[in-house]
Design a protein around this ligand. Structure first.
Ligand code: FAD
Length: 395
């Protein structure tokens, strides 16, 4: 078959979720991905608890839970930490997680084709033509671009020219025995954050999972050109410093570091005639933390509602699809739209900040709630600023 109701480009969390939901509504759906699945995706693999609450089925693929966080100052001399009774973050292996979501979509009737890179999209008044690198071509009434940061769908449909703000990342995930991870990070799997190292506007993370350790760095800056910082060197230096201080297992080396990027600003428009963009392709990321999986899945849900209505009306025009943007803005726009630019948030004197925050356990807990997305910045900003001010005056 070369004709589908909907072709979804990209089988990450956004693509598999929207494909599943559309198959549930009896539409014929082709899901394409350029990679061979299961595939590795540069990611920390941290899921906020609100993701689990909204999509409870993903609990069965959770690898481990993190109950506490520890933030170090750039000199590594001071830290502030907090452990909770309830989990703060669920950890997954991205290759297993994404593969699980694809299998789920296939069970619902989605046709999945991996190893299929989309090279071109041509939208006309009758349909959309999708051209692959192997010479194949598919027709559909509508195309969903869930193809991540460099989205070919967004570029070919002129919704994306270049990204305004981006987070450049370096990451590695390595297998470490459960016993060693218990020793370093306890059974509560405490996650470590190192903000502002070497003056970068961003942070490094160490996420222990059940028997894997994920370590990475994100640096926010404007535009897509490469940053002036040698991010790889900053991460490698940290790995050796942490091992020296016995804060990282000796087994962790500096091999297999992978690069990645996150878009830190929604596109001006996330739909056009016969086209909808979801997840990273649309720039839907929490600019404070770099969290994107929740927004990928939530935007997929908003897209599925919009697309099934468009089929009922038999209207795939831009004006019919515009409700998609209204939906995602209402759903989670507050998390990603009203926040000040991440490059500003992360440009701080962290030596001083850690020293002040550790004076006030309630302030520590509020910040933990914020960075684990339990509350929106809008709802908690005032409280945090007040407590920070008081803590900075009284030693
Ligand atoms: C280093 C790093 C760490 C991160 N850590 C976290 C974290 O801990 N928690 C969190 O919530 N978020 C994290 N994120 C963000 C998160 O990974 C993304 O927001 C999320 O993957 C977005 O999902 P998506 O489905 O929109 O896109 P993706 O997961 O990027 O999926 C896009 C898919 O499209 C495919 N594709 C691309 N181009 C084509 C093409 N031309 N033809 C066919 N297929 C194509 C790709 O192969 C890919 O499978 C991190 C990101 C990075 C880079």
């Amino acid at each position: 078959m070369t004709e589908y109701d909907v072709v979804v480009v990209g089988a990450g969390p956004a693509g598999s979720t929207v494909a599943s939901l559309l198959a549930d509504r009896d539409l014929s759906v082709l899901l394409l991905d350029k990679d061979v699945f299961p595939r590795w995706k540069p990611c920390g693999g941290g899921l906020t608890i609100k993701t689990l609450n909204r999509y409870p089925y993903i609990k069965e693929i959770v690898d481990s839970y993190t109950y506490g966080g520890c933030v170090y100052s750039p000199s590594l001399k001071q830290y502030v930490s907090k452990t909770m009774e309830e989990p703060l973050i669920a950890m997954v292996s991205r290759s297993r997680f994404d593969d699980y979501l694809v299998r789920r979509a296939v069970e619902k009737g989605v046709i999945f084709q991996d190893n299929s890179k989309v090279l071109d999209i041509v939208v006309s008044s009758e349909n959309v033509k999708i051209f692959l690198d192997n010479g194949e071509m598919y027709n559909s009434s509508l195309v969903i671009g869930a193809d991540g940061f460099s989205s070919i769908v967004a570029r070919k449909t002129k919704l994306l020219d270049s990204r305004r703000n981006v987070g450049i990342c370096i990451v590695k995930e390595t297998s470490i025995s459960k016993e060693v991870l218990d020793e370093f990070y306890t059974e509560k799997r405490i996650a470590y954050i190192y903000p502002g190292l070497e003056g970068i506007t961003g942070y490094t993370w160490v996420f222990p999972k059940r028997d894997m350790l994920n370590i990475g760095l994100i640096h926010y800056h404007r535009g897509e050109n490469t940053s002036n910082y040698n991010l790889k060197k900053i991460l490698v230096d940290l790995i050796y410093k942490l091992k020296e201080k016995k804060l990282l297992p000796l087994e962790v080396d500096d091999s297999d570091l992978k690069g990645g990027a996150v878009p830190v600003y929604p596109l001006d428009k996330t739909y056009s005639n016969r086209v909808i963009l979801c997840g990273d392709a649309a720039g839907l990321i929490n600019p404070l933390t770099g969290e994107g999986i929740y927004y990928a899945m939530a935007s997929a849900e908003n897209a599925a509602d919009t697309v099934s209505e468009a089929f009922k009306k038999d209207d795939f025009s831009e004006s019919s699809l515009s409700i998609y943007e209204t939906r995602w803005k209402k759903d989670f726009g507050e998390d990603i739209g009203t926040i000040i630019p991440s490059s500003k948030i992360w440009r701080r004197d962290y030596e001083k900040l850690v020293e002040i925050v550790k004076r006030d356990p309630i302030l520590t807990e509020l910040l933990l709630q914020l960075i684990t997305s339990q509350v929106s910045i809008k709802s908690i900003k005032g409280k945090i600023l007040r407590r920070y001010l008081i803590a900075s005056i009284f030693k």
